[in-house]
Design a protein around this ligand. Structure first.
Ligand SMILES: *Cc1c(COP(=O)(O)O)cnc(C)c1O
Length: 393
């Protein structure tokens, strides 16, 4: 039977995204090609996912081998790649245990559940403090955690148990003292909220309040993690040890995977039956994650990200000096926001005409998330294209 529809739609997909009318069908490193063979310089990395660039050789090889072995077993069985990835992640961080999910939102869901379980076991109650302009995901739990009305609008009733405080604001510190939350959850550089780095002094004070009052610190490193800000994890630069960290975007080089890591004392609240996922950490996903981390180490990806970010930031400073509509250039490492008086959407459109892919973070911030394997030549090419783009305005 042919369905009768009152509305004529272009296609069968729900309209949840405002898509750029380009189909990328092939990628290599910092470049992607559309169906007509047109080549683009990709400074989006699929939203901080393809940190090793498109189709990284080693990840392709390892996932390819795994494709011939076994794809999925469920967590009813032991999974070698999952164990190895957990070992590697805990070895490279301050955490002792890992739980694997399929996305950032799910990693945050796991963090929220773990924090609540940990508190409940200690007969503590209170909300989880999150911050204004934060972004923690689109599931009901994580959109409730997200401090942005535009994300929450229309989805009432939200999940209770969150208190939103102003980010980078000293007023939040005394609030934390009065609210006595069970946990504080934050991005160290707010991504979707406009590429806003947390101030060191503010973080210092916040963490010390939390430690003094036995409040868990959860860092959402779904976007800042995996080298994006110039260290493997952003918290390393702030000089403190969180209790819980979540990862996703860059962890699998494009293979969907998320992770929630915690210190032993907190992690032990999870016992068999308390949390789970059918797909989470399956052999394909964790093979991709493991190969990604191995590539980071073998190919000194972080070192390159640090070096190239200096080169990129110098170029951006000259743009700022040259174009008065650029109000601010901010971020950390290769996570950059350019705040302009011009709408970000207009700049993105102009960049597309130069075969350059960039993204936004709010209406007036152009966001750059180049692959961490970017070279000086590719940054030169970016600067050349961006010069043309900015000159249009
Ligand atoms: C992208 C993002 C999420 C959500 O990740 P999904 O994989 O889209 O669910 C959560 N937190 C932060 C900081 C993010 O940038």
């Amino acid at each position: 039977m042919v369905k009768q529809s009152a509305i004529k739609v272009k296609h069968a997909l729900m309209e949840t995204y405002r898509r750029t009318p380009v189909k990328l069908i092939k990628g290599k490193g910092c470049f992607a090609w559309d169906e007509n063979g047109k080549k683009y310089l990709d400074f989006t990395s699929g939203i901080a996912v393809c940190n090793l660039g498109h189709v990284p050789e080693k990840v392709k090889e390892k996932v390819g081998k795994q494709l011939d072995q076994i794809w999925h077993t469920s967590n009813l069985f032991e999974i070698e790649a999952q164990e190895k990835l957990a070992e590697k992640l805990t070895e490279l961080s301050t955490f002792d245990r890992a739980f694997f999910s399929n996305s950032g939102a799910e990693a945050n869901e796991a963090a929220i559940k773990l924090a609540r379980l940990y508190a409940n076991k200690r007969k503590k109650s209170g909300p989880i403090v999150t911050f204004q302009h934060s972004f923690h995901g689109r599931t009901l739990g994580t959109l409730s955690a997200t401090g942005q009305e535009k994300i929450q609008k229309g989805f009432d009733p939200l999940l209770p148990g969150f208190a939103y405080l102003p980010y980078n604001d000293p007023a939040a510190l005394s609030e934390v003292d009065t609210i006595k939350p069970i946990a504080v959850m934050l991005e160290l550089v707010q991504g979707e909220g406009g590429v806003i780095p947390a101030k060191q002094v503010w973080v210092d004070a916040l963490i010390s309040t939390c430690k003094k009052n036995g409040i868990l610190v959860i860092v959402d490193e779904v976007q800042t993690g995996m080298g994006r800000t110039g260290t493997l994890f952003a918290y390393e630069q702030y000089g403190f040890e969180p209790d819980i960290m979540t990862l996703a975007k860059g962890l699998g080089s494009g293979f969907p995977i998320g992770a929630m890591l915690a210190k032993e004392e907190v992690a032990e609240s999870f016992t068999p039956g308390t949390h789970g996922s059918t797909f989470g950490g399956n052999p394909l996903a964790t093979t991709a994650g493991l190969a990604t981390l191995e590539t980071f180490i073998e190919e000194k990806v972080i070192e390159n990200a640090q070096k190239q970010s200096k080169y990129l930031w110098a170029k951006l400073e000259t743009f700022k000096a040259q174009f008065s509509f650029i109000k601010d250039v901010r971020g950390k490492g290769l996570m950059v926001g350019i705040e302009t008086e011009i709408e970000a959407a207009e700049i993105i459109r102009a960049a597309l005409k130069e075969d350059l892919l960039v993204l936004s973070a709010g209406p007036h911030v152009v966001r750059l998330l180049p692959p961490l394997i970017v070279s000086e030549e590719e940054i030169d090419l970016f600067a050349e294209k961006m010069q043309t783009v900015f000159s249009h305005f």
